[in-house]
Design a protein around this ligand. Sequence first.
Ligand SMILES: [Zn+2]
Ligand SMILES: [Zn+2]
Length: 222
Amino acid sequence: MIRYCPTCDRSTEDARFIGEFCEFCMIKLISKEVPESIALSECKVCGKIKGINEFLASEQKAMSEILQREIKNKEIRVSSVHPSGSHAAIARFNYMAGKDELVFEKKIMIKRHMVTCTKCSRQNSGYYQAIVQIRGERSAVSRMSDKITRFIEKRDSFIAKRLDLRNGIDLYVEDRKKMSSFFDLYKEHRPKKSYTLAGMKNGKKLYRVTFSLNLDVVKSED
Ligand SMILES: [Zn+2]
Ligand SMILES: [Zn+2]
């Protein structure tokens, strides 16, 4: 039996039907549940865009996270987002209506707010959570310092300060967890750890950790 769409009068011979409505009207209805615009926070220093939990290098990934969060109807899934100029994006969606899948696109306007991301503001202020004191023979110390620096920078952290001393090198490292993971990975280095109280945050004591690494000691144990 031929049915007609109550909104546009298309018949079941002209279009696929999703329940009462033709597919075109259904898409119109569903796309109303997608916001016309979203707001993005962009770091003015490094250009990263804030996603749900962190600043991301991929603008597309950040956009789709934020867009998905703004859609109340969780049956609508963002499948891809393509920036179109700097103030708009074309987003593609999937919607499951029972067994029927609807795929549609919508142009989303982008409002950008310029901010400074956590990493960049920490970098500006010389923030650090850990100090690594590397001691030993000069060239070994220098190689170790480079190795740690590469390790830390690869993991999206940074060295806040490097002190070249008469007897070694001190590295001031932004993220103490990432510094600890270096020593978890390279178990042949067993630094002495000590803690100093750095301040309070939300009623909790904040500690800075100092890793004292003597490369000569490692060698003599080998
Ligand atoms: Zn229709
Ligand atoms: Zn930044």
